[in-house]
Design a protein around this ligand. Structure first.
Ligand code: ADP
Ligand code: MG
Length: 389
């Protein structure tokens, strides 16, 4: 990948694709982590005497929709950088183009949501060409969007000298360590809602790892495939054979698989609802398993001991609703406690869980890209990486 080392930004107008897809409530940014993550790249370019034009998407608007305006983001960014202004025009428009012509070195213009442009997600070549007029060089720092072959990610990168920003570089460096020469023993903890979302990642990691810990709702598909009774727990009936096949493959590769031995169950997903603990393969109707149980917490912590590389994706239970956050908390703590291990968490909900539980600083790497990090671990590359090579 070409990186910022390869770019002399002095006196240039640099177009930067960032990922400012942040939560906004009543016009105020609720969590500015993604804005903060972009600052090293922006500051580096500004200090070297560039002016910056920033592109980002926000949410999933269908055409122009003021609800998805990036105006609140410009305000939040202005708390960290001086000289930020918001350009309230679609980024491919002539008005946007005129607004950036006037930028002086040290100034920053954030353009409106790229998804206001109908050609953005289709990677329309005309739109990419209009983006390319906005700057003299292109920096891709939106790791969270690097799995999308959209006009502001891939299309424009083909038309300008293009480079990876620091966040992009950091993400690729950390995630590639999970694929190339990982230190062993190597453990993967996988959870979350569905097996079907994670098959690709599991399949690609399986030949590289020593231990696989499966929690979350997806564990029930495996437990049922082995003949267990899972009550009303979430099961993907059409993935039972696949689950069996994955277990067989793990065995033939010498991967030790750990499934929950007990679960915390309830009749409804509701804060403070009455809960019961059952063996994971004997959950009676009408109960559903909503978290790993206390014995499993201990067993998983034990299974992680001594690991030198850990990748964690997917919460162990319905962590949004206490008390079903306890298993996720326990696993988070167990990973965080590993001395000298290389530990990575990826996935939108898992990262939210780690942040909420205050464990972020104790991981080697917390990926900012949910879908992007999973797709990278599945395929070993992303459209946004390939275009910078
Ligand atoms: P990530 O975003 O980290 O990749 P997923 O999106 O795959 O994770 O899964 C997260 C979701 O899985 C959460 O909303 C959580 O409530 C849900 N979940 C986890 N365990 C269970 C369970 N036992 N039953 C129902 N939902 C669950
Ligand atoms: Mg998710």
């Amino acid at each position: 990948m070409r990186t910022l080392k390869d770019l002399d930004p002095r006196g240039k107008r640099v177009l930067v694709r960032v990922d400012y897809n942040v939560p906004i409530k009543e016009g105020v940014v609720q969590d500015d982590t993604r804005i903060q993550e972009s600052l090293p790249t922006l500051r580096h370019l500004l200090e070297a005497g560039a002016s910056l034009v920033l592109l980002s998407h926000l949410g999933r608007p269908k055409g122009v929709d003021p609800k998805y305006s990036l105006a609140p983001v410009a305000e939040a960014l202005g708390r960290y950088l001086s000289g930020v202004r918001f350009v309230p025009h679609s980024p491919g428009s002539d008005q946007a183009h005129q607004a950036v012509e006037a930028l002086a070195p040290g100034e920053v213009a954030l353009l409106e949501n790229v998804r206001f442009e109908p050609g953005e997600e289709k990677n329309d070549p005309d739109l990419a060409a209009r983006y390319a007029r906005l700057g003299e060089a292109f920096v891709l720092d939106a790791f969270g969007s690097a799995h999308r072959a959209h006009a502001s990610v891939v299309g424009v990168a083909r038309l300008l000298p293009s480079f990876a920003g620091f966040l992009m570089e950091k993400e690729v460096k950390a995630l590639s360590r999970l694929l190339r020469d990982p230190e062993k023993p190597y453990a993967v903890v996988i959870g979350g809602a569905k097996v079907s979302d994670k098959i690709g990642v599991i399949e690609n990691l399986l030949p590289r790892i020593d231990r696989l810990l499966i929690g979350g709702a997806m564990a029930f598909t495996f437990i049922k495939a082995l003949g267990g009774e899972v009550g009303k727990s979430l099961v993907e009936e059409d993935r039972l054979d696949l689950a069996k096949d994955l277990l067989r493959r793990a065995e033939s590769l010498g991967v030790r698989v750990h499934l929950p031995v007990d679960v915390v169950a309830a009749e409804r997903i509701e804060a403070g609802v009455e809960t019961r603990t059952f063996p994971a393969d004997a959950i009676p109707v009408p109960y559903m398993g909503l978290d790993i149980g206390p014995k499993t917490q201990v067993a998983f912590a034990e299974a992680l001991k001594g690991a030198r590389t850990v990748f964690w994706n997917g919460p162990m239970g319905v962590f949004e609703v206490p008390p079903f956050d306890q298993g996720t908390l326990a696993v988070g703590r167990a990973v965080a406690a590993l001395e000298g291990a290389f530990t990575v968490v990826g996935g939108g909900d898992s990262v939210a869980a780690v942040n909420r539980l205050g464990l972020k600083e104790r991981f080697s790497h917390v990926s900012t890209g949910g879908g992007a990090s999973l797709e990278y671990l599945e395929k070993g590359t992303l459209p946004g990486i390939e275009v910078l090579e």
